[in-house]
Write a protein that binds this ligand. Structure first.
Ligand code: NDP
Ligand code: 8X3
Length: 269
């Protein structure tokens, strides 16, 4: 049976690494057409090439900073042009899947030692980035029943931990934004989902610890974390349910992570 995602237009933010890059490759393997955004264009180019290799009939890239409204609006204007270039009719100019994935954490200091720049960046990317992207993409989606908006949240949005106040708060906001959008789009046929991973080994930790590789490795020591492909597989699955099925929320943790603070660690892996 042909994939439900074949020739569908899928927009992925934060496609230059981690979950977003893996999702580009996996949606590509389903025959989806891709619109990929992030700030690192060299990385995006490599990901787009891999996605084409995997089977994407089209994989386009454009610079995107989700913390900037002009950048988000320019990205969506470009997306509309890319879609229109191969649409047979004006009604066919539609986006099928929006994956709001760009984001991350900065720092692990308690609130008493928190830095304004870190807090502001986390709110800009994880919270306002989703709002901006969604607002800009909705005109391409609301006349397209069966479309999907999938926001990447986190276990951290459901359970707080020390040093995670701003990040946990940002991901808690993501979950509430997703729930509000689900209500707002009732009757349009557009699905809205939150996919919330636990511990996953990507560049997340390297970014959080600002390039300190030794610190970045620590959370994964002696345990088997999720990997980017695990989440990409879930994103593909959520987007490819039949149009009447909405996966509202999914919480995915490594088997070794029974709870946010309870991670099974072996002496050697
Ligand atoms: P990565 O650091 O590997 O990927 C983050 C992606 O976000 C990169 O492509 C980065 O691209 C992009 N990004 C960051 N800031 C911006 C911005 N301002 N504008 C556009 N793109 C941006 O980490 P993950 O793949 O792990 O993270 C993806 C999402 O998953 C994030 O929202 C993260 O919070 C969430 N998450 C991660 C978990 C984990 O343990 N790894 C667990 C749960 C959720 P570039 O720098 O090129 O702009
Ligand atoms: C990332 C997962 O637990 O490191 O969202 O905050 S955690």
């Amino acid at each position: 049976m042909a994939s439900r995602l074949a020739n569908k237009w899928v927009l992925i933010t934060g496609a230059s690494s981690g979950f977003g890059a893996a999702a580009a490759r996996q949606f590509g393997a389903e025959g989806a057409r891709l619109l990929l955004g992030a700030r690192r264009m060299d990385r995006l180019e490599a990901v787009a090439a891999e996605a084409r290799q995997a089977g994407a009939p089209e994989a386009h890239i454009h610079a995107l900073d989700v913390s900037s409204t002009p950048s988000v609006n320019a990205f969506l204007a470009w997306s509309r042009e890319r879609i229109a270039a191969s649409a047979a009719t004006p009604e066919a100019v539609a986006l099928d899947v929006l994956i709001n994935n760009a984001g991350g954490a900065l720092g692990l200091e308690p609130i008493a030692e928190g830095r304004d720049e870190d807090w502001e960046t986390m709110m800009q990317t994880n919270v306002l980035g989703i709002l901006r992207m969604t607002r800009a993409a909705l005109p391409l989606m609301v006349n397209n029943p069966g479309g999907s908006i999938i926001n990447v949240g986190s276990l951290a949005g459901r359970v707080a931990y020390e040093g995670g106040a701003a990040y946990c708060g940002a991901k808690a906001a993501e979950l509430q934004i997703t729930k509000a959008l689900r209500l707002e789009l009732s009757g349009t046929g557009v699905r809205v989902s939150s996919v919330d991973p636990g511990l996953a080994e990507t560049e997340f930790s390297l970014v959080r610890f600002k390039g300190d590789a030794a610190k970045a490795k620590k959370p994964y020591e002696g345990t088997f974390p999720l990997v980017a492909d695990d989440i990409a597989e879930i994103l593909v699955w959520v987007a490819s349910r039949p149009p009447h099925v909405n996966i509202d929320e999914m919480l995915i943790k490594p088997t070794d992570q029974a709870a946010i603070h309870k991670i099974y660690r072996r002496k050697t892996v």
